[in-house]
Every structure is written in structure tokens, then in C-alpha cells.
Design a protein around this ligand. Sequence first.
Ligand code: NAD
Length: 482
Amino acid sequence: MTLKPVWQNYINGRFVDGGAGLLDVDNPGTGEILAQQAIADAADVYMAVSAARQCHQSGVLSDLRPVERSRMVRKMGQYFLDHIDEIARVLTLEAGKPLWEAHIEVEGAARYFEYYGNQAETVEGRSIPLGKDYFDFTVYEPRGVSAQIIPWNYPLEMTARGIAAALATANTVVIKTPELDPLSNYYFAKAAEMASFPDGAVNIICGYGHEAGAALCAHKGVDQIVFTGSVPTGIAIATAAAQNIVPCILELGGKSAAIVHADADLDKVLDDVRWGIYFNAGQVCSAMSRMIIHEDVHDEMVDRVADLAKGLSVGPGLDRPEFGPNMGAMVSKKQRDRAANLCAQAQTEGAQIAAGGHKLNIPGHFLEPTVLTNITRDMNIAQEEIFGPVLSVMKFKSDQDAIDIANDSEYGLVGGVFTQDIDRAMQMARQVQAGQIYINEWYAGGVETPFGGYKNSGYGREKGREALWNYVQTKNIGIRLK
Ligand code: NAD
């Protein structure tokens, strides 16, 4: 399959060029230009928002019986499964991840449509007793136009997560796709068409963050904003939302810690390190970027983790079709160089490299799977989100030590505890300041479980039933009876 050379935006049911021209999208696995993407300007953003507003105000989605929307949303997911080979290939080419990881992402995207499609029929109000003279009840209404700013690390899953919940609750959406890997988002437009969503219900535009992204977030026709990405951009978006008094959901990354006790099943922990920090080349907001290991098993665990990192074969994603000990490219040269520089800086602060730490001397944006030890809390590497395949290892003596180290971060997205002692695990789970705690399995959970941060990791929750309430507003209707 050859990739088409130019990929368009999708506004009001039509594929269109962008007012800001074309952007080269590169292949992180080779460093070569892959295709060009249409770039929206402010006028395109206005067209997309007004199409979404019109569709919302027409009632064409909200008037449906929920089971109808449920079926349409689930059909979108089926589209992704039916075209998984094609979509996964495009995703691998533009994002650099191994083909098997891209397949997992496409399946993950489809799963959001299945889950939120099924939830469409469960959004029900309640009646509130006010005595014999009244009948009072609540209804949930869609917010209206949902603007969603998508990051590049999981372009499909992040879009699916927001679109599926928004459409299930009868909102319309304008998606601003990431500049680095916007191509695969094209398939949401195709899926929406196939599922018979009306024109304007789903709009997919790419554009620069400071132009199209900022114009979208500042637009008065937007009723709610969903954002995943960096803290500075999150602040800019929250500020824009505040100007228009609209809610926003912010998911802003982390510096999440796994606490490994001496009685932990170390084989299991090792498997979780493989997924926790080397899946998607560590470009995961909930990555296991810190590991806090009890002093009794610290040295043994470091040796084993270093061997694991050294054993991963790193190279272009298309050459890695099957699950195995391998890892792909980072998304861009800039992200790769930033991570490599942070590793070099850590060494000057006293960190030791147990594995990796360097760029690969081949075309493409590759960084060796890295393990850094001898890390202390005051080092930059212990605090700054690296967003790459870099594990920072720290040592602890007492439970309180481990909690203090884990909580010594501006972030609070997720945390993990590995121990055979469930009482100790529960004690620690209560004390770690994070929105999601994994006990004895990193990433335990799924589409069904609420996800979001404490502290600078953001506010609001994605996934699970909680996310549905982002997309509706409560209306109370009170009736005075005779
Ligand atoms: P970013 O936050 O700048 O970009 C994310 C998205 O926001 C992109 O779609 C971008 O176009 C858009 N954007 C940028 N400025 C905007 C604005 N003013 N208004 C509206 N939208 C805007 O992130 P980045 O520059 O791609 O990556 C930098 C760092 O962010 C990474 O190193 C990583 O630490 C973090 N990050 C976190 C996540 C996550 O999942 N939490 C995802 C991507 C990046």
C-alpha cells in the first residue's frame, strides 16, 4: 500500500484543504518525509465550530433515542477493527511505534467506541422528592460543541477516548490533531461517515497549536475543551476556557513511581518495567518513569532491569510486526534529543547509567532503552518528565521513605506498589498522591477505569463512567402540581 501524498481536513462532512497550506509529516523510523497534511487556519477553525454548532442545535443527535447513538458509536469502532491493518501501518509510519504496538492502539481506539457506545443508554436522571405538591426530576443534556486537542503519543486512542464519549452523549466535536502524526486521524472521518453521523457532528482538523489550537480553544462557539499534553499548554488552554466560562479537562503528564518492596514478585515486576517504560518508547503520560526499590533487592533488580533494557532490539516500526523484545523510534528528533540531553545532564549531577543513555547512530529518531541509577530527589532527572524510554531508579529503606520519594513530585498521575503484603499495599495506595494506583501490575485497569491526575497532572477524569459526566450538564425540572 502506498500512502497518499496529501491528507486533508474534514469539516462539515467534506474533505477540504487547509487555509494555512501544507505541513510535511515525517517518518520517525527513517527521518524521511512521509506525506503532507493540510493545515487549518483560524477561518477553517471557525467553519468547523460553526458546522458543529449547527449540527448540535439542530437536535439531530440529541433527539435520537440513545440506542440509536449507541449503535452509531459502536459502528465507528467496528470500522477501525475492519481496517486495522491499513490504519496500524499508517500509525506506525507517522508515529514510529512498532507495528504490533500500532495494532494494540487501533484495538484500543475501537474499544473506546464499544465501551462508550454501550454507555449511551445508561445516562439517566433521577427524581427528587419535594412533597405531595411537586414532581421534580433531573435530565442530562449534552454540553454542545466539544473541542479536543490531541497529543502525538497516542493520536488514535486519545481521539477515540474523547469522540466516543462525546458522541454517545449527543455532543458534536471538533478535533485538533497533533502536528507530528495527524494522518491516522483521517480514519475517524471515514468511520463517522460509515456510521451515518450527520454532517458537522465530527470535524477533524490539523493545525499548529499556537494558531489553530489557540483559535479553537478561544472560540465562543465551543462549550467544553478536552486536552492532553504538556503543562504549559494546559495552562494556556485553561486560561482560554476561563475567558469563555467553559469547563475543560486537562491531562498533563506525570513522573510516576513504582514502589518495589523486598517481598515483591521480581519476575512480575520486570515484565511490568518492560511495559511501563519501554512501551511506546516511554512516551506515555502514565509511564513508570521512576522506580523506587527497597535496598535489599535494589542491586539485583537494577541488574535485571539493565539486562532487559539491553535486550530490546530498537529500530523502525514496520520491521517489528510481532510482539517481542523490541522498541520503536521516538516521535521526533526534537523529543529524542531532549531526552538524550536530560540523560547527559543527569550524569553530570551524579547519576550512573546502567543501560543505554545514548542516541542510536542510524537514521530515524532512536534512543537506547535507558536505566539510570544513583538518582536522588534533588536531581532534575527525578523531577522533570522525560517522555522517553528512560527509567530513573531510586533506593528506599522504610515505607515512609518510599512514600515521601513517590510524592516528591509536582505531578500525581499514577503510582504503583509491588508487594505480597496486601495490607502494606493498601496503606501505601492511600498515601500516594495520584489519581490511579496500580498494585502488582502497572497499567492494571482499562477503558472502564477512571483516569486523571492529582496536582499538576491536571483535573477531570477520562475513561470510565466518570468521563461521561464531562460531556453532559444537569438540568433540574420542578413541577408544581395542583
Ligand atoms: P504540547 O502540549 O505543546 O502539544 C499537545 C497538543 O497541544 C498539540 O496538538 C498542539 O498542537 C496543541 N497546542 C499547543 N499549543 C497550544 C495552544 N496554545 N492552544 C491549543 N492547543 C495547543 O506538547 P508537545 O510540545 O507536543 O510535547 C512537549 C511535552 O509535553 C512532552 O515532552 C511531554 O512531556 C508532554 N506531553 C505529554 C503528553 C501526555 O500524554 N500527557 C502528550 C504529549 C506531550
